[in-house]
Design a protein around this ligand. Sequence first.
Ligand SMILES: *Cc1c(COP(=O)(O)O)cnc(C)c1O
Length: 368
Amino acid sequence: MIPFFDFSEVHRELGQSLTATFEEVMSRGHLIMGRELEAFEDEFAQYCGSKYCIGVGNGLDALALSLRARGIGPGDEVIVPSQTFIATWLAVSMVGATPIPVEIDASTYTLDPLRIEEKLSPRTAAIIPVHLYGLPANMSAIRQLADTNKLFVLEDAAQSHGAMYGDKRCGALGDAAAFSFYPTKNLGAMGDGGAVVTDDRTLADKIRMLRNYGSSVKYVHETVGVNTRLDELQAAFLRKKLPLLDDWNAKRAAIAKRYSEALASLDELVLPTIPTGRTHVFHLYVIRSKHRRALAQRLQDRGVSTAVHYPIPPHLQAAFSGLGYVKGSLPVAEAASEESLSLPMWPHMPFEFVDAVAHYVQQFFAKA
Ligand SMILES: *Cc1c(COP(=O)(O)O)cnc(C)c1O
């Protein structure tokens, strides 16, 4: 049996260190907004190549608070990719603004910069490029459009911790970036967690206030804030994992390379592409096939678990029915949702597993 994802090797590698971390934080007895959070914020900002990092409760809040701190709200429009995890769109709705979908590029699954301009209006306030599956979006084209039209660029970097675009990391490519530390992300906590990184001091100060009841001095509340914080335990666990992130990403890339070499000869498949000047950190290894359903079933019959990211694009979700999109509105996203299949991927996945999965995929097409 080959699972889709497996934590056990990371926990073997780090288990004792994480247990010691737990005991240390517990004995200190300071569990919210303490020195572990401050230290993690410094270390993660430095890792990303940004000036400031603000830890929050999850990736969705990191996105929403960034928009809110920038003053984006009712009446504003925000450009989002047509295919992404629902949180990208939800963050826009959370602040009362309207998500305006732009089709993804069919080979990189990220915002197609050529299709942004036709969706801009006098109400457009921001663009949220998503570095989907771990590949940075086309940020130079997006930056240029944003500068021309004075738009805020918020990276959704929830799947791309450590990925490079030129000589910069995700997180340092927009005006601000939102990260998630959900356990299965490339950098994951032992529960929920998230962060915003930015070089903008004013924005950072606002988010820091918003995440903590709208307060920077205890019991003095300057604005109607929320409670969404990265707790000491999660920050401490993340500090233990951050030094291993580059190694884990390299392992993911090696697995992806092995998959891609083994599957290269299958014309029926579309494999992940990596445009020059970018690195892909393979949060997910996603292939495309017209025979997705049958292929997934065959792999399941052979004991291989796969997943679909994402089977229903945001515009066809009941949650967004009020926006008025129907089947056919965004064909590139719809095709991706019908044809994508994510193969098993985790940093310590043995090469024998990779070879076995690739073998079953080859067998499927040999007989088809
Ligand atoms: C995981 C994810 C989020 C949300 O992060 P949470 O921590 O789960 O709230 C946002 N955007 C993308 C692309 C994600 O994959």
